[in-house]
Design a binder for this molecule. Structure first.
Ligand code: SF4
Ligand code: SF4
Length: 252
């Protein structure tokens, strides 16, 4: 499937609309998906909404790839909206990319450590959220605004999707699952390309919000990159229709 159409909108327009909505709702949805709230919950022996959310998001990656990053993540939305206002190419910072792997080890390892040390967990999705509806407790807003400003600064300093590329610990888990499902070829959302149709215009590379070398991937016939967020921008930008999103794998 290379295109989707909802009330006359193409894939890129639908994605942009969802990202804008995700950004507008960020101050509300943040409390339910907070990786920080999840850790505070585990420290208190509680399965909070954040833990349930992230387990679900990671499980769905086996089918939808990193579509959460490409279509729904409020932090991804903030980065892409910032990118549309002040387009800054991703800066290459040697070794900084390893930071997100370190943060992922601390986040996942910390969660396992806290869960194991809790001596039993109770289910309380609304833990730390008062009535479960906004306004949230003050500490939640402090963390929310700190992260929001931090993400903006990362895009300004590091460029397009700077947080995804260098800092996001959740992205590492998404990448690991994407690598597994691509290796064993689970029917799932992924990129495919017809390299013989490519005219090397590099419009796909320029359109990639993750700054991946898409044209080189097409040429090398290796479209599976765990950093790919299956946004479909490259497919939409290609004048020859050489790239498409697919659910089923087609041997070349
Ligand atoms: S390679 Fe294509 S689908 Fe993947 S992130 Fe880049 S533009 Fe999106
Ligand atoms: S946009 Fe299409 S034709 Fe141009 S380099 Fe990318 S795959 Fe090739």
């Amino acid at each position: 499937m290379s295109r989707i159409s909802i009330i006359g909108m193409n894939r890129q327009q639908v994605r942009a609309a969802i990202l804008v909505l995700s950004f507008i709702l960020m101050s509300v949805t943040f409390a339910y998906i907070s990786p920080y709230g999840m850790m505070v919950g585990l420290a208190n022996g509680v399965i909070a909404a954040g833990l349930i959310f992230w387990i679900l998001a990671f499980a769905l990656t086996f089918v939808f790839g990193r579509a959460f990053c490409g279509y729904l993540c409020p932090m991804g939305a903030e980065q892409e909206l910032t990118d549309r206002i002040v387009r800054i190419d991703l800066r290459t910072v040697p070794y900084l990319r390893y930071l997100k792997y370190l943060l992922a080890i601390l986040w996942v390892g910390g969660a396992v450590f806290l869960a194991a040390g809790a001596g039993g967990l109770i289910l309380d999705p609304l833990f730390g959220m008062g009535s479960g509806l906004p306004p949230w407790p003050a500490a939640t807003y402090v963390f929310f605004y700190a992260v929001t400003v931090g993400v903006f600064v990362l895009v300004i300093v590091l460029g397009r999707r700077g947080m995804c590329n260098y800092f996001c610990p959740m992205s590492v888990v998404f990448m690991a699952i994407t690598t597994i499902k691509d290796r064993i070829r689970i029917p799932s959302l992924h990129l495919e390309a017809e390299s013989q149709d490519c005219i090397s215009c590099k419009k796909c590379t320029g359109a990639c919000p993750m700054s991946l070398p898409v044209q080189e991937m097409v040429e090398a016939k290796t479209m599976q990159n765990p950093e790919c967020i299956v946004c479909g921008n490259c497919a939409g930008a290609c004048p020859k229709g050489a790239i498409r999103l697919a659910w089923f794998w087609h041997d070349k």
